[in-house]
Every structure is written in structure tokens, then in C-alpha cells.
Design a protein around this ligand. Sequence first.
Ligand code: AHM
Ligand code: MG
Length: 424
Amino acid sequence: MKISSSAAAVALLASSADAFAHRGGGAPHRVRTALSAATEERAPPRMNRPRTKAPVFDEVCETTGVTLGRFLHSHAELNPEARELTVLFDSVGTACKAISNTVKRSQLPSSETLGLQGEGNASGDDVKKLDMITNDILKRALKFTGRMGVLASEEEDEPVSLLDDGSPLSSTWAEKEVIVDETEKYVAVFDPLDGSSNVDAGIPTGTILGVYEYDEGCKMDDDCVGEECTEQERECLANTLQPGTNLVAAAYCLYSSSTFLALTLGNGLYMFTLDETIGEFVLSQADVKIPDDGKIYSFNEANFDRWDAPLRDVVTGWRAGTGANGQVFTSRYIGSMVGDVHRTLLYGGVFGYPGDTTNANGKLRLLYEGAPMSFIVEQAGGLSTTGTERVMEMVPREVHQRVPIVMGSRKLVEEVEGAYAKKD
Ligand code: AHM
Ligand code: MG
């Protein structure tokens, strides 16, 4: 069954390394380590929204550390206006656990969830069975928070309205009790299983999610993209087509050696690792900072000859060790953006999917891949550019719009930007 507008209409702990490090030697029970650092003053990233307050955890259970639930609760206490957001991310955490289990079990013959669904999505990509299954898991998890107004997903042709009980959405759901809530506040944009072309081979995949405020007063222009723009679709589009600078939160989940959830609520990047023994995401790195420089690049180099000249020049310099930092670079490319960006955040370097002579805007989608991942990278102190523009500032014209991207360590991204500027 194809999900379409007509059918469905619609990523500390104290216990983290630092806290646990105190355990053996009669360490103090009260831990103010990396977590406290989260409140220290630092240069604000390039963003337009005011920063939220970050929690400090004075006392941490040595067994569980700081769970996602506790983190969210503390965030809500400090930022009462974001209380509803924490409800939403509690559900996102649950959905990521469910997706992680689904992806793991998919390798068992009895699961019958590998392979193609047998049709393409709105971007023309082959849809995998797991794309559909994970889309459904995330969509339901978000819907039943009662905090959602609109969803837009890689696997949905059009944004999905969750407000109108009479919309086609309700008729395709097994649960007929569609929860229509007066507290809807948010718009979620997501790719439920990014890198799914890798999934049959057991290679890491991920979920990407961005959250905007739902603007009830937002009106769509008359030149709505798509020939059959209904009034409802116009309203949905108006709420989903916001620039990344409007994001209030973004997250990715990485399904790899561990299951990771990296989350920003507008004041730094927090990484959680799933502790399968207690079924909880546990804060493993607070206020993650990407190295300012690096020597790893991550591109699909098969496209090298078709890239823009400035990017080819910069990468050629990195290969030869004649670039700005004089380092001889190495190449790492999984082909799963979440895994490639996760490594880039931890080790430094750049990840990108640039435009080329065949696909001027590259491959990645602005709304639910480019913008949320750019927000995450910027919150970690990195940068994200098209070469000539900050990705976060681009206003999408349509839901599945593609965007050329180079993101990662500040100095390296600036080197790319500098090469483009020189050419201009
Ligand atoms: P998908 O959303 O269809 O899974 O495609 C997105 C993925 C990214 O995770 C990855 O960076 C890129 O596509 C890989 O594309 P390619 O196979 O062309 O290198
Ligand atoms: Mg994707």
C-alpha cells in the first residue's frame, strides 16, 4: 500500500562517562561535571531563536544515570513554555526504541521485513518495507502525544494533517478513535529510516526529526506547489514550509553498534545511548562540541567529476595535504547520513552531498534531512552550507525539495564557503 496524500492524506550523564568515572574510588555522590559545563557561557551559534535553559544534574543515580525522561522533565522545569515539547520527545524516544528493535529483527528470516515495498515515494526513491513500517511507528507515536498539528515525512507525498477527523488520514488508520486534541502545538518533519537502501546489508541507518511550532495563522500563497492543492494542504504546507531557523528542536536516532539518540532543544546537543538492560536512553554526552577542524571528508566520491569546481578544488587540496590545515585527509563514507554525521560530530571533518551536473541540488531533502541535521550540527558548534548559503536560512518551497549540503567542522566548512566566494 502506498502512503500518499490520497491514501493517508496525509536524535552526562553524569553517569555518563564522567559520573561513572567517580564510582570506583568513593567518588562524591553529587556530580557536577560535564553536565554543569552545559550552563557555562559560550558563543551562541548562528541562529535566530532565543536559546533555552539547559538543565544541571547535581545528583545522579549511579545505576541509571540521567535518563531521557529525567532530562526532559528537568528541561521542562527550566523552560515551562516547552513542557509540551518534552511530551513529544518522550514519544520520539519510545518510537526510536521500537524502530531499533524492528531494524534488528529484520535480519531474521521470520520477520519478512527486508526488501522493497514495490513502489516509489514522492522523491522517486524505491520504498523499502521498513520505510513504511518505521514511518507508521513514528507517525503513530507522534500523533498520540496529542501535541501535533501536522506531520511531513519522506514517505508521505503531502503533509499529514492530524487536526481534522474528517481527513483521509483517519480512514486509513486501524484505530478509528482518532485523537483530536486542542493542545496541538507542533509540526514534525521526519525521515523515519534514512539510509534505508543500506538496511538489508545490516549497515547503520537512522531517523531524522525536526520540530517547528504550529502556526495557526499562517497562510499559504496562492501559487501552492502541486496542481491539486486543497485548502487543507495549503494550510499544512504553510506550516511545514518553514526555514531551519524556526526549528525549536531536532533529533536523530542512530541504529548501529548501539542505539543513539542525539537531541537539541535549542541549547546545545545532548547524546543519549540506549541501555538495553533497563530499556532507557541514558545521557552519554552533554553539550557535545564538534572539533573545530578535522581531516576526514565524507562524500559520495563517485560524483567528484560532476561537482562544482570550488568543491573539487578544496577536496583535491585535502587529498594532497595542501588545504588550509595542511593535513592529508582520509575518506569515510557509509552512505547513511545519520551515521556519517554522527561520526563527523565526534571525530570532526565534513559530511556532504553536494550538487552536481546531474542533480543540481544533490540528493538530500531540505525539510526533513538538511534543516534538522544542520540545526544539530550548528548546536554542536559546527556549520552547514550549500556552498553559498547557510542551509538553516533556506525557506523550502516544497516538502520534498532537495538541497546541496556540506556540514561539519567550522574551519573546513568555512574553507568550502571561501572557495565558492572566491569563484563568485
Ligand atoms: P534516503 O533518504 O533515500 O535513505 O537517502 C538518503 C541517503 C543519505 O542517508 C545518504 O547520505 C545518501 O542518501 C546516500 O546516497 P548515495 O547512495 O547516492 O551516496
Ligand atoms: Mg533520507
